[in-house]
Design a protein around this ligand. Structure first.
Ligand SMILES: Cc1cc2nc3c(=O)[nH]c(=O)nc-3n(C[C@H](O)[C@H](O)[C@H](O)COP(=O)(O)OP(=O)(O)OC[C@H]3O[C@@H](n4cnc5c(N)ncnc54)[C@H](O)[C@@H]3O)c2cc1C
Length: 456
């Protein structure tokens, strides 16, 4: 086992910082090069302040370095979503079984914590403000430019792992310097903007604390995740172009008129959102698919660098942490044999990365339009009942993704099977009025048998 291998890791983001500890734990010497300044320093003001939903797969990845419980303590459990309909109706939908929650965590807080732990490991060294500008994949050389001095430097190592995000420099090198590299990037017509809801008196929460709030408005939506200090971080997902869009709302007056009408309840408690809207930048939402994710035994891509997805299933970071977990298992199975590790990794992970990318895009439609649709709401109620009646036989796609570790591709396939079942269930006459009756339950049970969910 060649544990004296030196690894160059590009990117000290969420995935890179975690990955470094998986490597160090197995005896590797890891040098991380990060483009940005050290975010733990007081003067650092950059970075995205958004909160992320951390769920089972992410915790599983963190548990391997003993960090899951600590993060769970500083996260806020969100047991369900609260839907704020345009007509003022408010509905609550639990996410899973009783006690199951996804957690609202601060992106910056989590990244800093991971960096701190990595930095404390004698086998890990982080250098900041080094922008990787090119990778010589055949000779294992990374070229960097110092962000301050613009000085160029190069580092040669046995292995390069790249966790440098959706616009990865290492991926670009693979694309341009290896043969038959597959790559696609696709942007949504909608972008996003961060806004906030302030805390009430004495740090109280002005909305239900332990929930993810959604204001679905067909072509756009607002979501809010709780913070520890009583505030909520909101994200407005909004079209770039069109009648009601980032490009059409130009003046303060237009923005105020729009927010106070379409999100009246939020506007009432957050009058500052107009200023935030005017000041905060618009972000774009990209899906990146690529393959292969490695070059021989010299280079491997992980996290957003290989598979960036839109945020509507809350799985980008979670899938990246799962990448670390799966790579860790392969490192143990094939110690030091990086050609096999990287090859097995991409073969097993790629179909799952594609599956979660598809489900994330699909969930955009669900969160934006379907959560306001009566049939969809009915399906959720019936699904909740089925998962209580048949906890081992009926596990919703959402639960498979968020509360389990079944491969994403299996969750996607199960979702199709559940869609076919519900096409029949929702066609039962009068189901909207008597879905909970013994007669309807009997009919649904029959369908569950026909579709192979339970034995006949
Ligand atoms: C609006 C929004 C909401 C989201 N919500 C969720 C959610 O609720 N749950 C969830 O699981 N995921 C969510 N995600 C996705 C999640 O943010 C990403 O999947 C996750 O950050 C990926 O981690 P990463 O380390 O692979 O990449 P990044 O977090 O992008 O980190 C990459 C790191 O590499 C550095 N870097 C980049 N280029 C270079 C270079 N050339 N040289 C050196 N360093 C470089 C960067 O500075 C950065 O530190 C969301 C994303 C968005 C945009």
């Amino acid at each position: 086992m060649s544990i004296d291998k030196k690894v160059t890791l590009i990117g000290a983001g969420l995935v890179g910082s975690l990955l470094s500890m998986y490597l160090a734990k197995r005896g590797y010497q890891v040098s991380i090069f990060e483009k940005r300044p050290d975010m733990r320093k007081a003067e650092y003001a950059g970075g995205r302040s958004i909160n992320l939903a951390l769920s089972h797969r992410g915790f599983n990845g963190l548990a391997a370095i003993g960090l899951a419980d600590e993060i769970r303590k500083v996260g806020i459990p969100m047991y369900g979503r609260v839907l704020h309909q345009a007509n003022g109706d408010v509905q609550y939908q639990p996410y899973g079984k009783e006690g199951e929650a996804i957690y609202s965590v601060s992106r910056g807080g989590l990244n800093k914590k991971l960096m701190e732990l990595a930095d404390a490991d004698p086998n890990i060294h982080i250098t900041f403000e080094k922008n990787c500008i090119d990778v010589d994949i055949k000779n294992g050389i990374c070229h960097f430019e110092d962000q301050q001095t613009k000085e160029k430097s190069s580092v040669q190592s046995d292995l390069i792992l790249s966790a440098d995000g959706a616009f990865s420099a290492a991926r670009l090198a693979l694309q341009t310097k290896s043969e038959r590299f597959e790559y696609s990037q696709s942007y949504l017509d909608q972008g996003y903007k961060e806004l906030t809801i302030p805390a009430g008196p004495n740090g109280t929460y002005l909305l239900e604390k332990e929930a993810l709030h959604i204001w679905p408005r067909n072509n756009y939506m607002l979501i809010a995740l709780p913070n520890l200090d009583g505030t909520f971080t909101c994200t407005l997902f909004f079209p770039f172009d069109g009648e009601v869009s980032f490009n059409s709302l130009k003046t303060r007056e237009q923005v105020q008129a729009f927010l106070s009408k379409d999100f009246a309840d939020v506007f009432a408690i957050s009058p500052q959102i107009v200023d935030e809207y005017m000041a905060n930048p618009n972000g774009s939402l990209v899906t990146v698919r690529s393959y292969p994710w490695s070059y021989e035994d010299k280079l491997g891509l992980l996290g957003d660098a290989s598979h960036a997805i839109v945020p509507f299933f809350g799985q980008g970071m979670n899938s990246g942490f799962e990448d670390c977990f799966e790579l860790g298992k392969l490192m143990d199975q094939y110690p030091g044999d990086w050609k096999t590790i990287l090859s097995e990794f991409q073969i097993s992970r790629k179909p799952n990365a594609d599956a979660i990318a598809d489900m994330a895009l699909e969930n955009f439609i669900e969160m934006r339009d379907k959560v306001a649709d009566q049939k969809f709401l009915l399906r959720k109620k019936i699904e909740q009942k089925l998962s209580k009646l048949y906890p081992d036989n009926y596990i919703s796609k959402y639960s498979l993704v968020s509360f389990g570790t079944a491969p994403y591709k299996d969750a996607l396939a199960m979702g199709f099977k559940q869609d076919a079942l519900f096409k029949e269930v929702l066609a039962i006459p009068e189901i909207e009025n008597n879905w909970d009756s013994p007669e309807a339950t009997q009919k649904i049970e029959q369908l569950l048998k026909e579709f192979g969910f339970i034995n006949g």
